[in-house]
Design a protein around this ligand. Structure first.
Ligand code: NAG
Ligand code: NAG
Ligand code: NAG
Length: 270
């Protein structure tokens, strides 16, 4: 009886996986997986004005079918299209983020990178997300880890091909002195824990240094970001990038520039 149930389960699992594999035909193609995490500016708010996305997709962010895929909330590879986080950062109106440009730019810099699988995990929500909400064991951490593992398992032969984490967060930690002063320790632990749990101790991480923030402790958080020294950790700077009229989010143009910076920084990791 037990064996029978087990066989049925196995048959069902195979049915499900065959379906995902054959209908999309994508799973075996992904060669390079990138995790995108952090808060609203990573999720993408370019072109969002007064809570509505204008639907404008810059040329550089246009889809490249069969070259750039994304892991959906339902854990299958689908063609990547803006807004990349629409089914992940579900409590906010998503717009243009840095992910698509990053992928296109990387394909130009290094055509041998192969099919790119983007794994959107950023959550800005309404209030933003603090680094303490990303620590090991939290909901956001578990989502990130679970999606990363699912992405790697769906990929050819199940071999891990997670190439990097792109991280853009910290704005919500600029509101009070306690969060700002604990930022460095929390950020370092988050990076270290994630690498350990993915069993990728040298996983390249590219993080963005804030240009400004929601509160007055921006410089403290920036210093913390620049103060973390780990192997294969790179930092790019958002300072000077253009903002939306809300003065809180990067515009689509800024996201295009940021995506290029991410790609250059990753290409330089060798
Ligand atoms: C957004 O809302 C503000 C305040 O209600 C208004 O003044 C502004 O014109 C709106 N902008 C657009 C583009 O709709
Ligand atoms: C969205 O909001 C609901 C209700 O407040 C909450 O339970 C859920 O965790 C939120 N999801 C995200 C991704 O922010
Ligand atoms: C988005 O990024 C810009 C530039 O770093 C920053 O000034 C702004 O505070 C961020 N917005 C939010 C809501 O985190």
């Amino acid at each position: 009886m037990f064996a029978f149930v087990w066989l049925m389960l196995l048959a069902y699992a195979q049915l499900v996986s065959t379906e995902t594999f054959n209908t999309t035909g994508y799973s075996s193609q992904v060669r390079s997986i990138f995790l995108l995490a952090g808060q609203s500016n990573m999720s993408g708010r370019g072109g969002v004005i007064n809570g509505t996305w204008d639907g404008v997709v810059p040329l550089r962010c246009q889809p490249k079918p069969s070259k750039i895929l994304r892991l959906s909330a339902g854990l299958s590879w689908v063609e990547a299209q803006e807004p990349l986080h629409r089914d992940i950062d579900v409590n906010a109106t998503c717009g243009i983020g840095p992910g698509m440009v990053f992928a296109s730019s990387l394909l130009n810099l290094n055509p041998r990178i192969g099919v790119i699988g983007l794994v959107p995990c950023a959550v800005g929500s309404r209030m933003g997300t603090k680094i303490s909400e990303w620590g090991r064991g939290t909901y956001l951490y578990n989502q990130l880890l679970g999606r990363a593992k699912a992405a790697a398992a769906l990929q050819a032969g199940g071999r891990f091909r997670i190439r990097a984490l792109l991280w853009y967060q910290g704005e919500s930690d600029t509101n009070n002195p306690e969060d700002a002063s604990l930022y460095k320790t929390r950020l370092e632990r988050f990076f270290t824990d994630l690498r350990a749990d993915l069993k990728l101790p040298a996983l390249p991480i590219i993080q963005v240094a804030l240009a400004s923030g929601q509160g007055p402790y921006i410089d403290a958080v920036r210093q913390a970001q620049f103060g973390v020294h780990l192997r294969n950790l790179k930092i790019i700077d958002a300072k000077g990038l253009p903002m939306e009229p809300d003065n809180l989010h990067l515009s689509s143009l800024a996201q295009v520039q940021l995506g290029d910076k991410f790609a250059k920084a990753f290409a330089a990791t060798g």
